[in-house]
Design a protein around this ligand. Structure first.
Ligand SMILES: [Fe+2]
Length: 193
């Protein structure tokens, strides 16, 4: 635990002043760990997955510094060396560093996902990105069908973005306005003329 927390703290420092990036990897880590545990991952693989979730986007900063842009390919190109350097400084095992470095260098490549750690990292990253990028429902649906493999990941995607229980009432717009009116009155703010 100690070393993973140190990695998390280092990453917060790495993206200092950029709360969006910091909150991004914290969310990806949290979902990746949850999915990994629920899917019965062994401890060593879970450890690698958690480390990879923290550092997976480490390539964005060097890509921006070097090229002024940060597409997926540049992130994959710049990420591994940076991740290796940080993890070596923190004393991670060489075997762990190698796999995390590989995952960092491939997390935008979906054509040949091999390994549960790789699969879950991609799913967790997608779950967070759909929300952060305001992805349209139809596109979320297509990409979940195409890319998600774990039952836990699919279930989370469904509950987060396609809750079956949620049925829009025919008067939903009206209800919304009424709720807004009630809220405004309860707050004592009077903006209607
Ligand atoms: Fe990401």
């Amino acid at each position: 635990m100690g070393r993973l927390n140190n990695l998390c703290k280092k990453m917060i420092g790495f993206y200092r002043g950029d709360p969006a990036r910091i909150q991004h990897f914290l969310k990806v880590h949290s979902l990746a760990r949850l999915i990994g545990q629920e899917e019965g991952m062994d401890e060593k693989s879970l450890y690698i997955l958690e480390a990879a979730a923290y550092v997976h986007d480490i390539g964005i900063r060097p890509a921006l510094e070097k090229y002024g842009r940060e597409n997926g390919a540049l992130q994959e190109q710049e990420g591994p060396a940076e991740a290796e350097k940080m993890m070596r400084e923190l004393g991670f095992e060489e075997k762990v560093i190698r796999r995390v470095s590989y995952l960092t260098g491939h997390h935008h490549t979906y054509s040949n996902i091999e390994g549960l750690d790789y699969q879950i990292l991609v799913e967790a990253d997608f779950l967070v990105n759909y929300f952060e990028n305001h992805t349209e429902q139809e596109n979320i649906k297509k990409s979940v069908e195409k890319i998600f493999r774990t039952e836990t990941g699919k279930r989370i995607a469904e509950e987060m973005f396609f809750p079956q229980e949620f049925v829009m009432s025919e008067t939903w717009a009206q209800d919304g306005l009424q709720e807004l009116d009630d809220f405004i009155e309860s707050q004592g703010i009077y903006i209607r003329q």
